[in-house]
Design a protein around this ligand. Sequence first.
Ligand SMILES: [Zn+2]
Ligand SMILES: [Zn+2]
Length: 228
Amino acid sequence: MICLWCGKTQKEVIQLAELLSFTKINPSIKCDSCSNKLVSLCNGPTCKGCSRYWSEKGLCPDCQKWKIEYPDYPFKHTALYQYNEFIKEWIEAYKYTGDYRLGELFTKEIQYFFYKQKKVVIPIPISDKSKQLRGFNQVEGMLTFSGVKYIRALTHCGTGEKQSSKNRKMRMLSPQPFRIDKGCEAKIKEKEIILVDDIYTTGRTFFHAAECLLENGAKTVETFSISR
Ligand SMILES: [Zn+2]
Ligand SMILES: [Zn+2]
């Protein structure tokens, strides 16, 4: 196996089940040394609202602030890995440099999370400007590599100004950039939805998207990201 990230060759271990079924189960994409640079958030303790490390009871202080603005929101987020130098470099190469192949890096984890998932999967859309620049929506890319079916129910109608270029206060005040895509109203009505993004930073993007879906008749909304 050649690691998709660092290019090193790693000897592959073939499991008995794979030998017996003559199929490759979950082929590895990252080598062990790259995988070891990732810090998993899946085994807690984490805040259930945003998935960050949080050992105390209840929501973290950031989620408590959001709760004032969105008192009825269910606050259920899953993030796979803590944001660190490795994730930062991956995001730069995949999203900003536009190396489409790198959308495959977390396929195994995404498949594991979405396996047997019955909810409607909706990726966070990107602005036309970002799409022109990059050529693809990075979240749709990851879901496609993972074989997860999704619907494009949201449209980004904002300016496409990068959230990361604003300070926290400006990000919090930014207006609703999403609307329901034409003809998608029926696909979200009374449905249980999982919104997907690459990174959970402040939560602003997710709250806007969730608000838009809930106002248009979605039954519940939970969220998922690669990193927090
Ligand atoms: Zn590697
Ligand atoms: Zn939280």
